[in-house]
Design a protein around this ligand. Structure first.
Ligand SMILES: Cc1ncc(COP(=O)(O)O)c(C=O)c1O
Length: 349
């Protein structure tokens, strides 16, 4: 597969912005202020961040057991989705419902988008996918697995069939993979040149820093790197992300707690009569509220009213009306937050 040919002609003709680091004693080449503030021990605010995030990429590559040349850093994975669509263009194919940014960015960039509804188990409609891939030849396929907002992972054999059948690139967005017991697709990168994995630190404690990674064949990294803004990841984020990944014990202990809390929350919610709870491999739970009519007042309790009344009690969850009608999505919080959510939910129902 010739990745260069797949890139849009204008990107193909580009050269990546050169922000070379030249060793010197006095750096006066980049219109930076000579006066800075040391926010953390080793961070100076007056100098631009490392454009290539070398230290962070090297450490993350070690974590993912890949080479540094196979990883690109983004200001969150949102930015990498944007960069991917800027680089390769459309048609962009993805299932629905899924993470809304695939559609929003495609549309913002004027690229054609193709949406295929998930089957009744929230899995990929594989026949429809294969048919569409053959007919429409999408440049990019986005598969969020585990999927947001449904919480389930797609069948890995279906994802693999899509990877094998595509003449374009297939992005497996593993934003929620740390909460799943299923295997990551990272292991298959060597076998499939058109496979791209997205990872983010946002779901595991660093959403405020905006750090995401794309892991792919070096030819893909090379093309996408041309549309990346030179200083896309600020010094503070690079440094804190580095420290947190290095001290991964703490991160893993938080993931363990969230997984245990998800299990508890799932079982408690299951006991509530008028709810249907969907199994989740992510750090949130999707649930359906079957409307109930109050025989005395005549009022109806449904997803909308539960959402509003929870908010009145100070508990904010996500109403996904318009995406999956009648369903709500709750993020797994601390044990105390989850207990408050559950108590209020039980009271309301
Ligand atoms: C599937 C999926 N991918 C990517 C993102 C964005 O992550 P980031 O914060 O790294 O931009 C989200 C955020 O909700 C998501 O659900």
């Amino acid at each position: 597969m010739n990745i260069k040919k797949l890139a849009k002609p204008n990107v193909r003709a580009l050269r990546a912005y050169q922000a070379k680091e030249i060793p010197c004693k006095i750096k006066l080449d980049a219109n930076e202020s000579p006066y800075g503030f040391k926010v953390l021990k080793s961070i100076r605010t007056n100098k631009y961040p490392d454009p290539e995030a070398k230290e962070l990429r090297k450490l993350a590559a070690k974590e993912f057991k890949i080479k540094t040349e196979n990883i690109l850093h983004g200001n969150g994975s949102d930015e990498l989705i944007y960069n991917l669509i800027s680089t390769f263009g459309g048609p962009v194919l993805y299932p629905v419902p899924t993470f809304t940014m695939y559609g929003i960015i495609s549309q913002a960039l004027g690229e054609k988008k193709i949406e295929i509804p998930l089957d009744k188990y929230f899995d990929l409609d594989i026949n429809e996918f294969i048919k569409t891939i053959k007919k429409k030849k999408p440049k990019l396929v986005f598969l969020s697995s585990p999927n947001n907002p449904t919480g389930n992972s797609f069948s890995s054999d279906r994802i693999l069939r899509i990877v094998k059948q595509s003449k374009g690139l297939v992005v497996v967005d593993e934003a929620y993979q740390p909460f799943s017991d299923k295997k990551s697709f990272l292991l298959l990168l060597k076998k499939h040149k058109n496979l791209i994995i997205l990872r983010t630190l946002s779901k595991i404690g660093l959403a405020g820093l905006r750090v995401g990674f794309m892991i792919a064949h070096r030819d893909i990294i090379h093309e996408v790197n041309k549309v990346r803004l030179p200083f896309n990841l600020n010094s503070l984020s690079q440094k804190i992300a580095f420290d947190v990944i290095q001290d991964k014990k703490r991160m893993h202990s938080f993931i363990k707690i969230i997984k245990a809390e998800r299990k508890k929350l799932f079982h408690e919610m299951k006991k509530i009569d008028c709810l249907k709870i969907y199994p989740s491999d992510a750090n949130f739970i999707l649930f359906r509220v079957n409307p109930v009519k109050n025989k005395v007042s005549g009022g109806v309790k449904n997803a909308d009213t539960i959402y509003k009344n929870l908010l009145k009690k100070g508990v904010l969850i996500r109403n996904i009306k318009g995406i999956i009608d009648g369903c709500l999505r709750v993020t797994v919080g601390t044990p105390k937050e989850n207990a408050i959510f559950l108590r209020n939910l039980k009271q309301l129902l």
